[in-house]
Design a protein around this ligand. Sequence first.
Ligand code: 6R9
Length: 647
Amino acid sequence: MSDATSEWVRKPSAAGEGTACTLEEYEAMYARSLDDSDGFWAEQAERIDWIEKPSNIADWSYDPVDIKWFADGKLNICHNAVDRHVEAGHGNRTALIFEPDDPDGATRHITYAELRREVSRMANTLLKMGVAKGDRVTIYMPMVPEGAYAMLACARIGAIHSVIFGGFSPDAIAGRVEDCKSDWIVTADEGLRGSKTIPLKANVDAALEKVPAKAVLVLRHTGGNVAMKDGRDHWYHELSADVPDECPCEPMGAEDPLFILYTSGSTGKPKGVLHTTGGYAVWTETTFRYVFDYREGEIYWCTADIGWVTGHSYIVYGPLLNGATALMFEGVPNYPDHDRFWAVCDKHKVNIFYTAPTAIRALMREGDAHVTKHDLSSIRLLGSVGEPINPEAWRWYHDTVGKGSVPIIDTWWQTETGGTMITTLPGAHDMKPGSAGKPFFGICPQLVDNDGGVLEGAASGNLCITRSWPGQARTVYGDHERFVQTYFSTYKGKYFTGDGCRRDEDGYYWITGRVDDVINVSGHRMGTAEVESALVLHEKVSEAAVVGYPHDIKGQGIYCYVTLKVGEEPSDDLAAELRAWVRKEIGPIATPDHLHFTPALPKTRSGKIMRRILRKIAENDYGALGDTSTLADPSVVDALIEGRQNR
Ligand code: 6R9
């Protein structure tokens, strides 16, 4: 392999109109964001409408962990994302474009004035249902504008939204509803993805057999038949029929909670990552502005789902805070054909396109003709997010989609970071395929070795961040100790990201992937422990160990080693049953790629499963099994290699 470090791709020379900053500006602003952090962020915060302007800018500590930004400020983020633009005379500007799953279905254009009415109507409907400030509202919606309305409506009245991705199962919904004690659910009859219907309401019904909720608000979307429970379930169009389309914005403290978003970690059940109002507003506004270099009138499309943080920050809040026009797409990249993304870019003359490496790899495999048959000349910026992008996919994205002349931003960030942390800026930096690039304003990355020793210069290590930034998660909902343990105890006084990373001699960062027991499947974060817990819940399973392995399209695939209870026999039927079981317990995104029945797992004499060995076998890499002498029974390894599934 060539030394990718030396492979530069120069940015196009004309930065053009907009917010684009040059390399000199980036360097000056980055330096100031560290040397005069309060001054820098107070200035960025001026683009937000504050009810009470903050004077206390940064107020945080990593030991003990207590993070506050703009603490004495008051604002409403929905006002800033919606009303502010109408009041500034931009009511006729398009806020959202909706492209349905069916290419022949009705496209919708929603102006900022309409958005204000729709969000207000939704907010009044929530109030009518009984939702109060501080309540947790679960949103389980398809990718339709009403999903964004629901989020913004919560923000408008000071309720805390908890969006759950539509691909999660009833059990996963129940766990999340229970964890944040959410009495209220917003959902739709069904979702549509690639012409398949997703039974959203039925999934909610199944979840609510396990946990209680006071009311369910149901959007009629497909018109499919769903059961409605008297006294609990309400059709949105009925309940909202007589509510006004004006609703005041609740003044919120900057540190009042805005949303909870569940994400996977290396242990136990998913964590409810909590973001607050003021810092998140400033962070998503600023990152969107500089990273996407957004220019008035442009069409911006992020292909994520609002169920993930990328959808929160870069479909809803970031773009709308900037008064941008954001496209929402309900469908999938390969329906009705593998050209759908490019057809949509052409149809809506998309200027900025932001997607995930897994989609790029899948579409690359289908051949260039799907791309070249569409006019993509409107695209002037391409983005990537969610997992490391391999240089081959980067090249294809750059050369075939971007015709070799469009800059790519590879944005590294996490649910916990609220917005982009490491990326090149399109007007400032040359690119290196596979490298995320440079830290955003205010971000201090640090690489440490396994003992916490700080690594300087060109080095590889564990990626930490040493200073807080406005968009940082404040806690794990209801469990601050878990927040401290997960992120601030491995390397005391630092935020530990869980990612491995290399910094090259030019100061560019190359994320190498998770160093904990989290795997990244098609850009979806998953704890191997979650899949293991699901498997051992099955009556025939005694023990399970789950690892990731490199997968051409998905980035990582899910490889499960399973030992059965005495008397149970492995069979293809049982393997299929266990796959279906995991889908039911977690959701389709967690479907195992390989199920490997084994009479025993490799363990140390003290009983620890040697995952390193399991990873190597799943990767088909037996030359590097390393030291197996500490195994209680080394012969297990030969049997595992013999029975390997990923040939
Ligand atoms: C935004 C988002 C976070 C994890 C993160 C890392 C991986 C995200 C990446 C990337 C390499 C990038 N990740 N962006 N790795 N390059 N540009 O995806 O949040 O779902 O919480 O996942 O995703 O491993 O730690 P989230």
